[in-house]
Ligand binder design. Structure first.
Ligand code: ZN
Length: 220
């Protein structure tokens, strides 16, 4: 194991890979190579994007990430050992990323970023695929579309917040990425059969009847 890897403590607060090897910062030269998709640097290093968990060759044509989120490895084996997944587009490990792993990467991303604006296009960008291919593959593997999956994650989070906080419905909608309150209420009702208020009342009632506070895991 190389000893010169720098673990960047400042950047690891929201990083799920804190217990793994962190990539080293890119030099300016390497960053330029990534920005210019410079094929002459391929094989010299690999860049990894911490927010998405994907690593690429310098020449990858995927959208340029934010520099702060990027680190580098000298070999693809190191990136794999640090639990990064190879980009589907530039295939930095020389192997094809299995569809199951690709979709797992996307569901993990949704579960961490459901409070942000998420569309099929955003997901296609971050996962280095096309929206069409992503939609089809996701549906084949998960049985539902990416958009439905995002909705389910958001509504489950909303249920948790209705259950465990006193925040208003509008605030909870915002907290789960649905700042359009009427839309949030409609979607909540569609997926649970109850309005957010009714759901909260029902939970409170059940908690009272059970005489306990053990209802925090209702949807898990
Ligand atoms: Zn790539």
């Amino acid at each position: 194991m190389p000893t010169d890897w720098k673990v960047d403590m400042e950047r690891t607060t929201t990083d799920l890979r804190t217990d793994k090897m962190s990539p080293a910062p890119l030099s300016d030269e390497q960053w330029q190579a990534v920005a210019n998709n410079d094929i002459t640097y391929d094989g010299q290093f690999y860049y990894a994007v911490k927010t998405t968990g994907i690593f690429c060759r310098p020449s990858c044509k995927s959208r340029l990430p934010i520099r702060d989120n990027v680190g580098m490895f000298h070999t693809s084996e190191q990136a794999l050992a640090a639990r990064f997944r190879p980009c589907k587009r530039c295939r930095p490990s020389g192997q094809r990323l299995p569809d199951e792993e690709w979709i797992a990467l996307i569901t993990e991303y949704i579960e961490r970023h459901y409070d942000e604006s998420l569309t099929l296009d955003t997901l296609a960008h971050i996962s280095h695929g096309t929206p069409y291919h992503l939609h089809r593959t996701f549906k084949r593997i998960k049985g539902i579309t990416p958009v439905t999956y995002i909705q389910q994650v958001r509504i489950n989070q909303a249920k948790r917040l209705l259950n465990t906080t006193d925040r208003t419905v509008a605030r909870i909608g915002e907290a789960v990425g649905l700042s359009n309150s009427p839309y949030f209420v409609t979607l909540f009702k569609k997926l649970t059969g109850l309005s957010p208020e009714a759901y909260r009342r029902q939970i409170k009632q059940q908690t009272k009847e059970n005489g306990s506070h053990a209802n925090n895991d209702i949807d898990t």
